[in-house]
Write a protein that binds this ligand. Sequence first.
Ligand code: NAP
Length: 252
Amino acid sequence: MAANPFSLDGKVAVVTGANTGLGQAIAVALAQAGADVAAVGRSGMDETAAAVAATGRRFHAVSADLGSTEPVPRIVAETVEALGGLDILVNNAGIIRRADALDFTEADWDAVMDVNLKSAFFLSQACARVMIERGGGKIINIASMLSFQGGIRVASYTASKSGIAGLTKLMANEWAGRGINVNAIAPGYFATNNTAALQADETRNRDILARIPAGRWGRPEDLGGAAVFLASSAADYMHGAVVPVDGGWLAR
Ligand code: NAP
């Protein structure tokens, strides 16, 4: 174990959906802990690039739409070429569609499952092949409270986040013996674009806050510590865990 088991010095991390919200905060936290960062997404990464550069770590943006698996091989190849390796993957990119289950469309089902579940699995597979060659690595999936609960009006999102919890365990079972730790973080209610509709709805906002023992929405930087931990050698014996970072929501 390294002198500081939480240090990510010399590691290369891929973070999907790193232009904003939780992905951006995770990318910056990993860089602060010493990792170089490849930020994957379909939008401009200037803000994340500047924040990572401020830590003194290297940054590379990979332009990719994870609505299909087509960019997966390029994400891996570009990262290895630009940053010299690939040790950590954070599957963060995700979308949500809201409608009553009776009206839910196939388009809203497929769009969410493709980004949140299918691309996350096949990117994990591609990165795991590289990690195994390099002697190991860390994969962190971003799950949700809806990996544990049913939710309402978000059929495909609940299916995808319950699915990602299952896949976290499956991949952990298959790859633990190959030196890869696969775990997930389940964020509670965080103030980002993903939850803008809930924050704007006075009743939902009040009900959500009433159930959070911490008494406030999560801030993206609240996730950084868990991500650094799971990406570091301090978590070498953690496999298949889905770790809530939720202000106490699940404890209620
Ligand atoms: P966000 O601000 O909406 O960020 C989502 C990220 O995913 C953005 O970077 C977005 O890029 C990217 N993305 C979406 N579709 C993509 C695609 N087809 N290709 C590439 N990138 C794509 O929301 P967030 O809250 O930070 O969400 C991050 C993750 O946390 C998601 O998996 C979400 O489900 C999960 N989560 C969030 C909460 C919460 O309370 N906020 C709770 C539990 C779980 P664009 O900006 O280009 O759209």
